[in-house]
Design a binder for this molecule. Structure first.
Ligand code: UDP
Length: 244
């Protein structure tokens, strides 16, 4: 049974659930005790919200997810939420809670070697947690059948999928009906952070809610993608002006 009744607000017409980090962890642990199809979790950020305006498949994937949390401060602001639940915090807090019962994790995504390093870091930090498989995220599509078989053999409670924004959500949705994982979460760059290869932005940037700006500044390949933010702000403000 899900412990918390889910309420949602809107961001650019997309739903995002109103809940604290602790409540989100309870919801996920509740999902693990349910029967049925793999539950899908979206950690919604600005880039995804903007992309979903023109990408109807992505929009549908988000709208039909079982849990949608506000990953970024931009989404929190646009949806007027009292809290946000960054994907990396959700992963760490869920690992801490679920390790008490020896929950099983399968990590899929990121550059070769990273998922294993993230797995090692998770099991060092959360005694009891079981890593039941890792796969990197740069396989050919023809390998997906084998990867799904490996996941299904391992039957994880949590499948963490890091294939990049949009792609990971599409992959989870496409395969959710055959995946024998209780919960699949699109975690973006979290495996890089967990592995220690990518540093999380300093705490002062987290407090100000400008982690994205810090990451963008350090990574020129993200400069183009950062344009999603001013676009997002303008759309949200424009809609507020006309009362939508
Ligand atoms: N990634 C992957 N396969 C791909 C593209 C990306 O495994 O084909 C991984 C990438 O290595 C990184 C994660 O997906 O670990 C997040 O990628 P990105 O920076 O695009 O997303 P964001 O951090 O914005 O969520």
């Amino acid at each position: 049974m899900t412990a918390v009744a889910l309420r949602s607000q809107k961001v650019l017409d997309l739903p995002v659930h109103v809940l604290t980090l602790d409540e989100a962890v309870s919801v996920l642990e509740g999902f693990c005790s349910e029967q049925g199809l793999c539950k899908r979790v979206v950690t919604l950020n600005v880039e995804m919200s903007v992309q979903a305006r023109t990408d109807t498949a992505l929009r549908n994937t988000i709208e039909t997810a079982d849990l949608i949390v506000a990953d970024s401060v931009g989404v929190q602001w646009a949806a007027k939420l009292p809290y946000r639940v960054p994907g990396i915090d959700l992963t760490q807090a869920t690992a801490a809670k679920s390790s008490e019962r020896g929950a099983k994790y399968f990590l899929f995504g990121a550059e070769p070697g990273i998922a294993q390093e993230a797995a090692d870091a998770l099991s060092r930090k959360h005694q009891g947690l079981q890593i039941v498989g890792v796969e990197h995220g740069y396989h050919d599509v023809s390998e997906y059948g084998r990867i799904i078989d490996a996941i299904n053999e391992a039957q994880p409670d949590y499948l963490l999928v890091a294939l990049g924004v949009g792609r990971q959500e599409a992959w989870i949705e496409k395969h959710a009906n055959v995946l024998k994982a209780k919960v699949a979460i699109g975690v973006g760059g979290s495996l890089d952070v967990l592995s220690g290869r990518a540093k999380r932005a300093p705490e002062w940037t987290q407090k100000l809610g400008i982690e994205w700006l810090y990451r963008v500044a350090l990574s020129p390949s993200r400069w183009g993608r950062a344009l999603a933010l001013p676009k997002f702000v303008l759309i949200v403000l424009g809609r507020r002006l006309v009362g939508r």
